[in-house]
Structure formats: structure tokens, C-alpha cells
Design a protein around this ligand. Structure first.
Ligand SMILES: [Zn+2]
Length: 222
């Protein structure tokens, strides 16, 4: 059941692993879809499985309250963070959580990344906040991640990693890569000296492009 959505999640999870955004079984991927005439459901990677041997049947399907709709395995321990993101953001159709290296470097400094780059402003929404630390898999981490994400498309998780949302899997994956690039630029630029944020005019232009592209990020009605 829901084979197509499960295959798409598996493909993105493998891409995340292949491109080095995570190592081993780390990270997790989900997408939201609407059951015809019914509920919003979320297909999500299972807990503790290697991506190279994972199958579409291993992908778990949950409702937005976390009840299992399909699948035999336990969902990712970060399912609460994915579900909270969908509940908070009606324009989120997919969520990707990584432990990518440069995002993790900035995440251990617990310093937000200012709006530095045009593509960062236009696709991620401006500055990148660092969500307060909480134990992996906890409801507190889910709350902190959503608070740090706000209306933007990416957030760093203190002493842990990164999370990005998009309207679909491809977009959420692209946003993870852009977040990683932005964190790398920031970390390396700080080694050279001070960094200069975008001018207010450039930031406004980027935010206008962001708003035009992604629309109202408000809370999901589901
Ligand atoms: Zn993690």
C-alpha cells in the first residue's frame, strides 16, 4: 500500500546517504501525502536500518498523530520532529533531517547563521536559527526544532545536526544541500575574518522571492 510514496522516500534517503549528508544509519526522511478522501499521512524511514539494504516495504506510514497506518518496523526515532513540522507548516510536504558535517560544525557553536547569501535568503528564508538542544527523539526536540524553523525552510539543531523542509522531497533535499553549503561558507569565512550579512535591501529582495515561491507557511489545518 502507498508503494509510490514509500519508493520516493527510499530514493531520497539513499540519495542523502550517497551524497554524504549522513553516515551509517543516521538521518531520516519523510513525505506527507493525502489519502484519497481521507487523512493526511506521512511515509517515513524506519529506525536504525542501513540505507543500502532498506526496501520500500521498510518505509513506515503514520498518521499525523503518530499512529501506524502501514509497515512492520519501528519508525525513525525522530518521527515526532517530522510530525511536528507538518503540523506547524501547512506548506511542508517533505522533511529531511541530516547530520551533515558543516551544519554540525555551526550547530555546536550554537550561533545562528546570519542571512549571508542571495540563495540562502530566497530558498531558506534568511537567517538560520539554532534550535535549543534536547535529547534525540524527544518531544522537546520536536518543539525546539519547530520553534527554530519558524516560517523558514531550514534549522540547525544544537549539538546534533540539521533539518530542512520543502514542498516535496526533491525540494527538501535541495534545501538540506543549500543549508550544508551555507554552513560551510559561514564556517570557512569566519576563519578568514568577519563576515558581512546581506544588505537590508538585498535581504528584502530575497525574502520577497521566498514569499512568492513558498506562500503562506502557516500552521496546518490537519
Ligand atoms: Zn539526528
Amino acid at each position: 500500500m502507498w508503494e509510490e510514496q514509500r519508493i520516493q522516500v527510499l530514493d531520497t534517503a539513499r540519495r542523502m546517504s550517497r551524497t554524504g549528508l549522513v553516515a551509517g544509519t543516521a538521518g531520516n526522511v519523510s513525505q506527507r501525502f493525502h489519502e484519497p478522501g481521507g487523512r493526511d499521512l506521512v511515509a517515513i524511514t524506519p529506525s536504525g536500518r542501513r540505507y543500502d539494504s532498506m526496501t520500500a516495504g521498510d518505509i513506515v506510514v503514520l498518521d499525523l498523530d503518530g499512529r501506524c497506518a502501514a509497515g512492520d518496523l519501528a519508525p525513525s526515532i525522530e518521527a515526532p520532529m517530522h510530525l511536528a513540522s507538518y503540523r506547524a507548516r501547512k506548506n511542508a510536504g517533505a522533511v529531511v533531517h541530516t547530520h551533515s558535517v558543516h551544519a554540525s560544525i555551526v550547530a555546536v557553536t550554537c550561533q545562528e547563521i546570519p542571512a549571508l547569501l542571495d540563495d540562502q535568503a530566497a530558498f531558506l528564508g534568511g537567517e538560520i536559527k539554532v534550535a535549543e538542544y534536547a535529547i534525540p527523539g524527544s518531544q522537546q526536540l520536536a518543539q525546539n526544532a519547530v520553534a527554530g524553523l519558524g516560517p523558514r525552510n531550514a534549522v540547525l539543531l544544537a549539538n546534533h545536526g540539521a533539518l530542512a523542509v520543502g514542498r516535496d522531497l526533491e525540494e527538501a533535499f535541495d534545501h538540506c544541500q543549500l543549508l550544508e553549503k551555507t554552513a560551510k561558507v559561514y564556517a570557512l569565512a569566519r576563519m578568514l575574518g568577519d563576515v558581512r550579512a546581506l544588505s537590508p535591501r538585498a535581504l528584502e529582495a530575497g525574502r520577497s522571492a521566498f514569499a512568492a515561491r513558498f506562500g503562506d507557511p502557516g500552521a496546518s489545518a490537519c
